[in-house]
Design a protein. Structure first.
Length: 265
């Protein structure tokens, strides 16, 4: 059964290289081999193998140089140094350069496979941690986006609900004045406007509740007559009150506002 992690074998001895390839392939690993250090670095840059077996003595560059090059490409690469010229100094040098472990020739295959398995476990744990951190960062970004969306939603809802409230307050004030002056006809008009604003607020509350249930806007865009928008914003009927809209010019630029027919623009 094929294992997930590929292995790069950089071994100067062709017979040993072939033997290692056969053994690791039988264990289910996908193996790439080379006898040159420079070629090993090129393969590592292209394939990015998580585990590398490196012969300390190569014909072009040293195994330590290969090790340092591998770490420069990917600090997470588990490099296992193998050599027939073992010494305390070379072992210390290899470990300082970032080697995962150091194995002497002639190779103990069981020991080598155990070292590779430990390197595999370490790599998987590191990858699991990396994926968990990426998922965490993604969740944080999604939460920030949801919070921003919620802020926009609350602002929009508060703005939309404030409009009929202001209209209600305005017409209540006008209604009070008209009642004091016994203007029955005007009172009826104001009551209808109050009723209309209350109905609009009820509709807005219902739509807000529906939106909170589904989490997104489902209503398609629709055209709204400009007169209705003006009426909602001013609390007045343009035709009934004979209000005209003209362009007024002031020092800060062009603005638009209402004025009476008998007023100067």
């Amino acid at each position: 059964m094929e294992k997930e992690l590929p292995i790069l074998v950089c071994e100067d001895d062709a017979e040993m290289r072939e033997t290692l390839s056969d053994i690791l392939s039988d264990e289910g690993y996908v193996v790439k081999t080379t006898g040159k250090g420079e070629e090993a670095l090129a393969l590592a840059e292209e394939k990015k193998p998580p585990i590398c077996l490196i012969d300390l003595k190569l014909s072009d560059i040293s195994g330590i140089e290969v090790l340092k090059g591998l770490k420069a490409l990917n600090s997470g690469t588990a490099a296992i140094i193998i050599t027939a010229f073992a010494s305390k100094e070379t072992a210390i040098e290899a470990l300082k350069a970032g080697a995962f472990c150091y194995i002497e020739k002639p190779l103990d295959i069981a020991k080598l496979l155990a070292a590779i398995e430990r390197a595999s476990d370490t790599y998987r744990l590191r990858e699991d941690k990396r994926r968990a951190e990426e998922e965490r960062e993604q969740l944080i970004k999604e939460l920030e986006a949801k919070n921003a969306e919620m802020e926009r939603f609350v602002y929009t809802v508060s703005h939309d609900l404030r409009t009929p409230l202001i209209t209600l307050q305005g017409f209540v004030s006008m209604l009070r004045n008209d009642l004091g002056e016994s203007k029955t006809k005007e009172v009826e008009v104001h009551l209808k406007n109050i009723e209309s604003s209350a109905t609009k607020m009820e509709r807005l509350l219902h739509e807000t509740l529906e939106l909170s249930r589904i989490g997104r806007v489902t209503n398609p865009p629709e055209d709204v007559p400009f007169g209705e928008i003006v009426q909602d914003s001013t609390g007045a009927d343009i035709r009934t009150n004979k209000i005209e809209w003209r362009r007024n010019i002031c020092s800060c630029g062009l603005t638009y506002g209402p004025c009476r027919p008998d007023e100067d623009s």
